[in-house]
Design a protein around this ligand. Structure first.
Ligand code: S3P
Length: 437
């Protein structure tokens, strides 16, 4: 249980290469494993979460090798997985558990999935319900992990309207639908990240999207595309984007970042607040839109965050709350109840830390109001609450705080951004990790 001491810093500089996108890395292992043929993945995120997905498929008999910086997956087809010898441990990773359940529900063997303290508290009924409709058999602890999955061999197609905007539920159903006959259609209330759809198309599997309705015909095999390149993760870039904006005399560029429109809510929100952010050299990489993101110090003003931008910024609110704390006026967020069921209750976790830093807030059931002001001398050590993004959010507050900020229990940063401290220090922050309790 290491601590982080974030000493005050002034400005950032340089070109920063952010590690690979977590969502796309997970999906590359899953689709690569159940495809026919070899997939070479470059830029794979070697974070704890994605490495646990990789290990889970190795434990189910898939040969996956690390070669230089690439990951090579020897896919063995839709029914090529083998029963794992042990229960599958998925650490902190909700994406692994929710997406893999869609695949495992249709295998010819039973499996059990479990996770760490944070994952054990997260809702799984949201995927159990549609999977049950497809004929799956899953036992849980009152809708939470562990999940005991009885392999059914085949599943049924469904028409399903998502009760919450969630790419994880959508992707779970899409993966399960590969093992069904006929057409499955999913209606989303709001468009969520479509990395699964994009990657399935790359594996030669047609997914039809019409407005917010996604349809797929099950029962066909996936063809390995030889090569996939994973772009930089905008959710990790988010910390550098906000750090740059709130610091002085800063001009940084983040290289090759995924700017899929279902992920760029943070840019839209910060631009509405007056941030100086530019997307340069937009281009396509294996079906995904990427760009370099240029960010300069900016003066921010408070806004009411538009509802329609919430889903495309869902993982970035810890960083956005730090920006809101540095803006002039009161920023208002509503309709964001989903933040309460992430790696931690992010409304509570952020509110606790902001209060320690002397920021005025008002928490509501589905959001928060944050009045911008100076970060004061911290009254206590900030807790990460087992949540990587809470730890990183408070680390970047050091660019606007005249006092050292201490954050407890920060090892979880390596679930998504293993070299965060190193990159932050190279660009001008002053972070120090202290091992032990
Ligand atoms: C993810 C989807 C999001 C996000 C998570 C990763 C994905 O979750 O919060 O970090 O890879 O599909 P929801 O779809 O549940 O909102």
């Amino acid at each position: 249980m290491s601590k982080l001491i974030a000493q005050p810093a002034n400005s950032l500089s340089g070109e920063i290469k952010i590690p690979g996108d977590k969502s796309i890395s997970h999906r590359s292992i899953m689709l690569g494993s159940i495809a026919n043929g070899i997939t070479k993945v470059s830029g794979f995120l070697k974070g704890e979460d994605t490495l646990l997905t990789l290990k889970a498929f190795q434990d189910m008999g898939i040969k996956i090798e690390h070669k230089n910086d690439d990951v090579i997956i020897y896919g063995s087809g839709l029914y090529g997985l083998k029963k794992p010898l042990k229960k599958i441990y998925l650490g902190n990773s909700g994406t692994s558990m929710r997406l893999m359940s869609g695949i495992l529900a249709a295998q010819n063997f039973d499996s059990e999935l479990f996770g760490d303290k944070s994952l054990t508290k997260r809702p799984m009924d949201r995927i159990i319900k549609p999977l049950n409709l497809m004929g799956a058999s899953i036992k849980s602890n009152n809708g939470k992990p562990p999940l005991i999955i009885k392999g059914r061999g085949k599943l049924k197609n469904i028409n399903y309207t998502l009760p919450v905007a969630s790419a994880q539920i959508k992707s779970c159903i899409l993966l399960a639908s590969l093992y069904s006959e006929g057409q499955t259609c999913i209606n989303e209330p709001i468009k969520t990240r479509d990395h699964t759809e994009i990657m399935l198309n790359f594996f030669g599997y047609k997914v039809n999207t019409n407005n917010n309705k996604i349809c797929i015909n099950g029962g066909k095999e996936l063809v390995a595309p030889n090569q996939i390149k994973v772009p930089g993760d905008i959710s990790s870039a988010a910390f550098f984007i906000v750090a740059a904006i709130i610091s002085k005399n800063t001009d940084i560029t983040l290289i090759d970042i995924n700017v899929n429109p279902a992920r760029t809510g943070i840019i839209n929100i910060l631009q509405l607040m007056g941030a100086n952010i530019e997307l340069i050299n937009k281009r396509k990489l294996y079906g995904e839109l990427i760009a370099n993101i240029k960010v300069k110090s900016s003066n921010l003003k408070a806004i009411k965050i538009p509802k329609e931008l919430i889903s495309s910024a869902i993982d970035e609110f810890p960083a956005i709350f730090i920006a809101a704390s540095c803006a002039e006026g009161e920023t208002i967020l509503t309709d964001a109840k989903e933040l309460r069921v992430k790696e931690s209750d992010r409304i509570k976790s952020m509110n606790d830390g902001l209060t320690i830093l002397g920021i005025k807030t008002k928490v509501t059931d589905d959001g928060i109001r944050i009045t911008g002001g100076d970060f004061k001398k911290p009254t206590d050590t900030i807790q990460s609450y087992d949540d990587h993004r809470i730890a990183m959010a408070f680390a970047i507050a050091s660019l606007k705080c005249k006092h050292a900020i201490k954050i407890n229990d920060i090892d979880n940063i390596s679930t998504s951004f293993p070299n965060f401290i190193e990159l932050a220090n190279l660009s001008g922050m002053k972070l120090k990790k202290i091992a032990g309790n």
